[in-house]
Ligand binder design. Structure first.
Ligand code: S3P
Ligand code: PEP
Length: 439
């Protein structure tokens, strides 16, 4: 299941502006939420235009281990798009295993589903996944009455969830300052708890709150009653989820590197299918790119979507400070690493628990390319631009690989170690990238 490691991919370089149009596949975050909720629904549901990547394949395989059935449909009715039909989890007592790979949405979302499913479920993942924080999820489940048996370091994979009586919900307080996924994971399973769930966060801020907003919106869209009665407090009412059919939006986080191709070459990239209203954090791209000197416009062509056009400037300008950009950070860092003045990234300390310690990784790789960068308490600073070629390490992190691809457009001779890590959310990234930047 783990993608084959490759030693080096020469990132395409352009000394002339990139002009092109590109669409991106479906959102990882929305796909994995809808797949999970389909498995908790009362009957078969259909997710149209799901992301097909390692993270979504891991989610499907995990749901199957938990007793759901999944069936890929090549052309869904009039849309002709791919779709997947999911029939709900069936109860069982056999112990099963869930392979999480490096997917935060699998390792943080499914333990609560495992507790509802009542069978013993062992969770494990890639070596890089075993250092991603899990403590708040396990603490939350224990408060709800599940037993969690840990095998290695406390608060990390691997572990087994035992919950023969299920979990009935109630009131839980966790510290979600290391990941918004701790909140989303408990809220997504909450409709299946007989008392529903009131979840409170205690501690420093919850990062990436857009992703909690997404969770609440997805639940509400499926008819679940949700509210946030106070800051960092959420309430999900119990109740069945009726079978549903949904279509998944494009992945606006993965749109980032493609839009940046315009920014770093002074070109123009257009992207159809841009949702006019989205809970995805990638909805911030128009503003972020504008902050770096791009001209961005959105031309709606339906009630829900439009074409986004990004025109890059002759020379990008750093906005100085970039705040709380969560999973967009590596891509924004590629822009910053091509600006002549400093950019400070703030409120992104939790990136140390992402696919890799992204703060350490970004600082090391900017330096490897001849730029100056340093870590700070809650982020990092890029002080001077990437200047010369290097083999950029991806640390098995898809966003580090695409960070390097964006830099390679501007700096000739960049080699990306393990471009195959992009299979996490976009298996055909190298082909899509080449199609846009080498056209
Ligand atoms: O809920 C989700 O789908 C996600 C939440 C965020 O996690 P963090 O809050 O850990 O950053 C984000 O970075 C991740 O890529 C996807
Ligand atoms: C942090 C990320 O992923 P995950 O869902 O594995 O947390 C990401 O995609 O940038």
């Amino acid at each position: 299941m783990r993608p084959r490691h490759d030693a080096g991919w020469l990132a395409p370089h352009r000394s002339t502006p990139v002009h092109g149009e590109i669409a991106v596949p479906a959102s990882k975050s929305l796909t994995n939420r809808f797949l999970l909720l389909a498995a908790l629904a009362e009957g078969p549901s259909v997710v149209v235009n799901p992301l097909e990547s390692r993270d979504s394949a891991l989610m499907l395989a995990a749901l199957e281990s938990l007793g759901a059935t999944t069936e890929r449909i090549a052309g869904w009715e009039a849309s002709g798009e791919s779709a997947v039909r999911i029939s709900p989890l069936t109860p069982g007592t056999e112990p099963v295993s869930v392979e999480c790979g490096l997917a935060g949405t699998v390792m943080r979302f499914l333990p609560a589903v495992a507790a509802l499913a009542r069978r013993p479920v062992r969770f494990d993942g890639d070596p890089e996944a075993r250092v991603r924080p899990m403590g708040a999820v396990l603490e939350g489940l224990r408060t709800l009455g599940a037993k969690v048996e840990e095998e290695g370091a406390t608060g990390y994979l691997p572990f087994t969830v035992h919950s023969p009586e299920g979990i009935s919900g109630g009131d839980v307080t966790i510290d979600a300052s290391a990941s918004s996924q701790f909140v989303s994971g408990l809220l997504l399973a909450a409709p299946g708890m007989s008392q529903g769930l009131t979840l409170r966060h205690s501690g420093a801020d919850v990062p990436s709150l857009e992703h909690v907003e997404m969770t609440l919106q997805v639940l509400a869209e499926l008819g679940v009653h949700v509210k946030s009665p106070a800051p960092f407090t959420w309430r999900v009412e119990p109740g069945p989820i009726a079978p549903f059919t949904v279509r998944v939006e494009p992945d606006l986080s993965n749109a980032g590197p493609f839009l940046c191709a315009a920014a770093v070459t002074g070109g123009t990239v257009t992207m159809p299918g841009w949702p006019l209203n989205s809970t995805q954090i990638g909805r911030r791209w128009p503003q972020l790119l504008t902050d770096f000197g791009c001209q961005v416009s959105l031309a709606p062509y339906s009630e829900t979507a439009g074409t986004l056009t990004v025109r890059g400037p002759e020379q990008m300008v750093s906005p100085g400070t970039v705040d709380a950009t969560a999973e967009l950070t590596p891509t924004v860092a590629a822009l910053a690493a091509l600006c002549t003045t400093e950019t400070k990234f703030t409120s992104v300390g939790h990136l140390r628990g992402h696919e890799t310690d992204r703060i350490a990784a970004l600082v090391s790789e900017v330096r490897r390319l001849g730029g100056a960068a340093e870590e700070t308490d809650d982020g990092f600073r890029i002080l001077s631009p990437a200047r010369h070629p290097a083999t950029v390490h991806s640390y098995a992190d898809h966003r580090m690989a695409t960070f390097a691809a964006v830099l390679g457009l501007a700096v000739p001779g960049v080699i990306v170690e393990n471009i195959g890590s992009t299979a996490k959310t976009m298996p055909d990234f190298p082909d899509r990238w080449s199609a846009l930047v080498q056209a």
